[in-house]
Design a protein around this ligand. Structure first.
Ligand code: ZN
Ligand code: ZN
Length: 126
C-alpha cells in the first residue's frame, strides 16, 4: 500500500482482484485525486471510496455507464451520508474539476474522463 495523496491510499483505490492496478500514482489519475481531496474537504470528514480502479477482468455491470473510466483510473464511487452531504460533495467535485458526476441511490460516481457520449444520468458537464 502507498499513499497517493494526502488522504487517499492505494489500498482503497486499487483494483481488489490482486492485479495491482491502481497502486501507483498515474494509474490513479492525479485529477481524480484532486477531486476526491476537494470532496473530502467539503465534507469535513473522512470520505471512503468504495469503487475506483478496476482492471479489464472486472465485470462491467458494476458501472455499466462508465466502466472504461474505471479501467483507466479516472473514476470513483463515493457513498453519501444524506441528501445534504450528497449535494455538498457533488458541488465540491464539480468545483475541483470533475467532468462527470452521476447521482446513484446511495453513492456518487465522479470521474475526470471526457467521454464522447455520456448517458444522461444525474448530471455532468457537457
Ligand atoms: Zn484487477
Ligand atoms: Zn462508476
Amino acid at each position: 500500500m502507498s499513499e497517493l495523496s494526502d488522504h487517499f491510499s492505494s489500498e482503497c483505490l486499487r483494483c481488489p482482484c490482486g492485479c495491482g492496478f491502481g497502486e501507483q500514482l498515474g494509474e490513479v489519475d492525479v485529477k481524480l485525486l484532486i477531486v476526491l481531496e476537494g470532496m473530502r474537504r467539503a465534507r469535513g470528514a473522512d470520505l471512503p471510496v468504495e469503487f475506483c480502479c478496476r482492471c479489464d477482468g472486472w465485470p462491467i455491470d458494476d458501472c455499466p455507464e462508465a466502466m472504461p473510466s474505471h479501467r483507466r483510473g479516472y473514476a470513483a464511487h463515493v457513498p453519501f451520508l444524506d441528501e445534504v452531504d450528497c449535494w455538498k460533495i457533488a458541488w465540491a467535485a464539480r468545483e475541483a474539476g470533475a467532468l462527470g458526476i452521476w447521482v446513484h441511490p446511495h453513492f456518487l460516481h465522479v470521474d475526470v474522463d471526457r467521454l464522447p457520449q455520456r448517458p444522461k444520468l444525474g448530471w455532468g458537464r457537457p
